[in-house]
Design a protein around this ligand. Sequence first.
Ligand code: DAH
Length: 339
Amino acid sequence: MIDKIKTLLQEVDGLKAANAEEIEALRIKYLSKKGEISQLMNDFRNVPADQKREVGQYLNQLKEKAQNKINELKDSFADVQSGDDDIDLTRTSYPVTLGTRHPLSIVKKEICDIFARLGFSIAEGPEIEDDWHVFSSLNFAQDHPARDMQDTFFILDHPDIVLRTHTSSVQTRVMEKSQPPIRIICPGRVYRHEAISYRAHCFFHQVEALYVDKDVSFADLKQALLFFAKEMFGQETKIRLRPSYFPFTEPSAEMDISCNLCGGKGCPFCKYTGWVEILGCGMVHPNVLDNCGIDSKIYTGYALGMGIERITNLKYQVKDLRLFSENDIRFLRQFESAN
Ligand code: DAH
């Protein structure tokens, strides 16, 4: 009997299985009630008393070894199996490198969120526009020198179709289709025929805001501007309005904020003036309202427009605006924490 046990011990040691069924077959062969080991246990009764001790020890060893071996096979098999059995199709493969929002998108969102808190909703318009929406409806007379303020890209053989030079074109698109109260914020890309340098590009981004209703006044504009400046650049920010000219607003102004680098004391960034320019604004010219079918005798409105690159530069001190369109990951990664 000892020889039989020894043979089984060797056999058990070398057990192998390729799948769950094979393991189960081995378990039955060795460990079930009618299995080899149980039979040996039965035969144990007939072992002469003086050999019982030795045989008993071998038998126990065999039983333990068989059990361990089968558990071991089950375990190793469970590892490989988990992929097949409960495969999780929704689990992302990794490593997953998360992208980050572009700095211009971060700032655009921030601007839109601030105006949303004042009740403005987002409106968008086409980048390829007609002359009417970009210029004529906005009170740019044909041949008026103001058209030269913005170097325009024309579509070949279509003198009437342009790449919009400003998002003010969305103003008229919305006013033509709806009646006051109108309170919109229009973010988007604009194009100008400029030589590309660290401070100019042939495309950039703007946000336009427009509010038209009864009794909208310059004081309302000023209040909205002050709110925007404080929310965007910090509560200590001051604003200053300087008279300016735009064909579509009367009166028109440009807004400066107290330099957010030196707090208004004067530094190289603000050229020692303590102020930096951030946007253009004014009361919507009555001609513009009338052009869009809104009665300028009943309604008034204010409008403002700003460059997103400019605001981003002020917030993050980006010295060269070409960086915004070069997709250099080393630059973009620096805005990870602002996402
Ligand atoms: N459209 C102007 C530009 O691109 C910006 C602007 C100025 C928009 C005054 C306005 C405004 O709505 O009132 O330079």
